[in-house]
Design a protein around this ligand. Structure first.
Ligand SMILES: Nc1ncnc2c1ncn2[C@@H]1O[C@H](COP(=O)(O)OP(=O)(O)OP(=O)(O)O)[C@@H](O)[C@H]1O
Ligand code: SF4
Ligand SMILES: [Mg+2]
Length: 351
């Protein structure tokens, strides 16, 4: 099926996670389907943080869950270090899943309220070992300590006795107790106060270095993603619009939707220019019957006949900057794509 292309994928040998043509559909009744994710491809190199950003309902969580195969995608492949997870079954799949862990948006409801914190963090160890209670206790203590929760105080308390930020720290401890290679963070700070958000983001950055982690960081807030990501992928209605090195995406967004997101970033960043020529308009389309051609066309001020007819494919416009749009705000006309560092990007109609 037509996707938004794979020009942005790097050689498989250079990446840890490689997702190709990922499709996830859900039954919607009456023989219809929710096209939650429609053929996206992305990759993440070891030690890198990929930000996955887009508005509510665009398919971010579905993508994260499909990567850990909960549930497995409708079609497409998810490879971790060259192994296609979609082809694994039983024990092999369960073992592979321990190498990828996910932390969720709502820290309090993601923890079992009836269990004590020591048991919550030990949950993965009960499945995967070690079985020795003393070893388990040591690991739980080590991880709680690493996330800034006093293990002696917390181990016998229950989740409702902790704040949202503390619960998110406990969720992180539970995710890291298996020492995963890849951590998928699904809007881990969006339910928290701004002051606590910064603490959790700093903690994730520290743990990333300490535990040699690779991160996929899902958010709808571009300002949050910018600070933590090396590379950012922008999603709209189940498709990828733009993939770029973080600074390049913020300084010269090429897709009209990215430009809209940059302009509506809730935490103002003086380095971000808001393009007033791109405004949010048009009706919000449904993932049950997405628009033909470019899925953003019903809201895009630049849409024309080709946008309705032909789905745009991902094209390179800068050294690490790719966009799927027939009329990008940034062109590659004057971009020297050689890796010399002297590349220039021409912008269309931007100040
Ligand atoms: N199990 C399901 N059954 C049916 N539809 C689903 C299911 N899970 C997700 N969807 C639909 O798929 C689309 C994508 O949902 P998803 O939760 O991935 O979006 P999201 O980008 O994570 O949004 P948010 O920012 O609100 O968390 C939505 O239209 C959602 O209603
Ligand atoms: S392809 Fe057309 S409709 Fe889609 S974002 Fe680009 S200009 Fe707008
Ligand atoms: Mg979500």
């Amino acid at each position: 099926m037509a996707g938004t292309g794979k020009a942005h994928l790097r050689p498989a040998a250079d990446t840890m996670l490689r997702v190709e043509d990922l499709v996830m559909e859900f039954p919607a009744g009456g023989g219809k389907k929710v096209h939650a994710v429609s053929g996206i491809s992305l990759d993440v190199a070891e030690g890198e943080t990929l930000g996955l950003v887009g508005e509510s309902g665009c398919g971010k969580s579905t993508t994260g869950k499909a990567i850990i195969q909960l549930p497995p995608p409708t079609s497409g492949s998810v490879s971790l270090d060259g192994t296609d997870l979609a082809k694994l079954r039983g024990e092999e799949l369960r073992e592979a899943r321990t190498r990828i862990q996910m932390i969720f948006q709502d820290p309090i409801s993601s923890l079992n309220p009836r269990r004590k914190i020591g048991e919550v963090v030990a949950e993965p160890l009960n499945v995967w070992g070690p079985d020795d209670p003393e070893q388990q206790r040591d690991l739980v203590h080590k991880m709680l300590d690493a996330v800034g929760i006093d293990p002696d105080v917390a181990a016998t308390k229950r989740p409702h006795e902790f704040s949202g930020g503390q619960c998110q720290r406990i969720s992180i401890a539970r995710a890291l107790v298996m020492e995963p290679q890849l951590l998928i963070c699904d809007e881990p700070v969006s339910a928290l106060d701004v002051s606590v958000q910064a603490q959790i983001l700093n903690l994730l950055e520290d743990l990333k270095v300490e535990y040699n982690l690779t991160l996929v960081f899902v958010a709808h807030d571009l300002a949050v993603v910018k600070n933590i990501s090396d590379r950012v992928a922008v999603m709209y209605l189940g498709k990828l619009c733009e993939v770029a090195e973080s600074n390049s995406l913020y300084e010269t967004p090429a897709h009209p939707y990215t430009s809209l997101l940059v302009g509506s970033s809730p935490i103002p960043d003086p380095s971000i220019e808001i393009d007033e020529s791109v405004v949010e308009e048009g009706e919000l389309p449904s993932p049950i019957s997405p628009p033909s051609g470019c899925r953003f066309r019903t809201r895009c001020p630049l849409a024309d006949e080709i946008c309705e007819r032909v789905e745009p494919q991902m094209e390179q416009i800068g050294p690490d900057h790719f966009v799927a749009c027939h009329h990008p705000l940034v062109t590659s006309t004057e971009v020297n794509l050689s890796p010399t560092g002297t590349d220039k990007i021409e912008t269309k109609g931007r100040t």
